[in-house]
Design a protein around this ligand. Structure first.
Ligand SMILES: Cc1ncc(COP(=O)(O)O)c(C=O)c1O
Length: 203
């Protein structure tokens, strides 16, 4: 079971503690495992701290996956896994057959950066900047665009989603083009992310 419990993309859902516990119980009953992709969890702007599934797991059923793409930069192409001992050898092999290895130089530099406390300082510093931007954007959408957009509340991560229920898809696309001309990237059409019919309606 692959999940992103801190912050689902694109609807921003955070998995509650009872649902986390229910998922762990389901996985145990069904002899399955969980890949917990915690890709966007370092930036949390409110609410209570979250217990990762990996911390709640007493049975060794969770592989925790982290990425440095959002905290550092995507071009580093570095992330990390925390695995139960039973899966370690298989995952080593899987990494080897998929791309042999990640850049040793970049890993060593990042390792030093972490050991010297610079990474933690960096995440605190950019976290404060992203918190301000998140708030600014959420306030602007709620205030200036209240007539057109319904903001989906979110306290984690680097994206915000809003629903434009009353606008046609063509009109939304036109507005996104205007936004792009002004350097604001907007992804339109939630339906692109749905396996079947869009659960939240249009746009
Ligand atoms: C669901 C999800 N997982 C992981 C990542 C990070 O991927 P990568 O570490 O390959 O850049 C992203 C990037 O946005 C993502 O959306």
């Amino acid at each position: 079971m692959y999940v992103t419990p801190s912050h689902q993309y694109p609807l921003s859902v955070t998995m509650t503690l009872p649902r986390r516990q229910a998922l762990l119980a389901w996985v145990e009953r069904n002899n399955a495992a969980i890949i917990e992709d915690d890709y966007d969890s370092e930036f949390r702007f409110g609410g209570r701290p979250l217990e990762p599934l990996q911390t709640l797991d007493a049975k060794g059923l969770v592989v925790y996956v982290g990425s440095f793409s959002k905290t550092m930069l995507p071009t580093l192409r570095l992330g990390f896994l925390m695995t139960p001992p039973s899966l370690r050898a298989a995952l080593h092999k899987a990494k080897f057959v998929s791309d042999w290895h990640s850049s040793t130089l970049a890993q060593a530099a990042l390792g030093n950066f972490i050991d010297e406390g610079e990474f933690a300082r960096h995440v605190r510093r950019v976290g404060a900047i992203y918190r301000e931007r998140h708030q600014l954007l959420a306030d602007a959408i709620s205030r200036e665009f209240a007539e057109h957009l319904e903001l989906i509340p979110s306290t984690t991560g680097l994206h915000l989603t809003a629903l434009a229920r009353r606008m046609s898809v063509d009109r939304i696309a036109e507005i996104a083009r205007h936004a792009a001309d002004r350097g604001v990237a907007v992804q339109i059409l939630l339906s692109r992310f749905a396996v079947s019919a869009t659960p939240t309606g249009r746009g």
